[in-house]
Design a protein around this ligand. Structure first.
Ligand code: MP5
Length: 185
């Protein structure tokens, strides 16, 4: 299906620049602040999804919600280390992504969880691509490339139904590309 879009979303120039150490602090910090806003939005989306999840999906989604709460603490710690104030307004790409998450509430559970799988799989592949021996962003690479995170993505993959949900997969991938674009602008 959208192989090319998967590649664009997971091998974006932002990630090349993180890997090569050529990313500017301004671009990285813009991404960091916007991603913290996105993760807060993702938590509220995922909590709503958990509320209507079938029994078999509850363990994975509940663990994911708890992981997102811990991740928000982790973002605050990263921001503190980098001397950032996390008071930025959401930029247009972040707001547009929030709109998609809100819209998914009206979609069948299978469609919404498929979207969530894409959201998470992109980060696994993207940060794997951004890994390098000498990266000063090792904390970030490690965060999204742990075996536990890979297991979580696989568990979401078990719940995802790609057949018939091509459109939502494409939409999520487009939002991911726009998110990296926003950071590098
Ligand atoms: C994720 C993220 C991964 N943090 N930001 C974007 C724009 N897409 C996907 O989600 P998580 O919950 O941080 O693993």
């Amino acid at each position: 299906m959208s192989d090319e879009l998967w590649t664009t979303a997971t091998r974006h120039p932002f990630l090349d620049a993180v890997r090569d150490g050529t990313i500017t602090d301004a671009a990285f910090d813009r991404w960091l602040c916007q991603d913290a806003i996105f993760v807060a939005d993702l938590l509220t989306f995922q909590a709503r999804l958990l509320a209507r999840a079938p029994r078999r999906a509850q363990t994975t989604l509940a663990a994911g919600c708890a992981a997102l709460v811990a991740e928000l603490d982790w973002f605050n710690e990263q921001a503190r280390r980098r001397g950032l104030q996390m008071t930025q307004e959401a930029l247009p790409a972040t707001l547009a992504y929030r709109k998609l998450l809100d819209r998914l509430d009206a979609e069948p559970f299978e469609t919404a969880v498929t979207a969530l799988w894409v959201v998470e799989r992109v980060y696994l592949l993207a940060w794997t691509h951004a890994a390098s021996e000498t990266s000063k962003f090792r904390d970030f690479v490690e965060h999204w490339t742990t075996p536990e995170f890979g297991d979580y993505v696989d568990a979401l993959g078990e719940l995802a139904v790609t057949h018939g949900n091509d459109e939502v997969v494409r939409e999520v991938l487009e939002h991911e590309v726009a998110f990296w674009d926003m950071a590098q602008r």
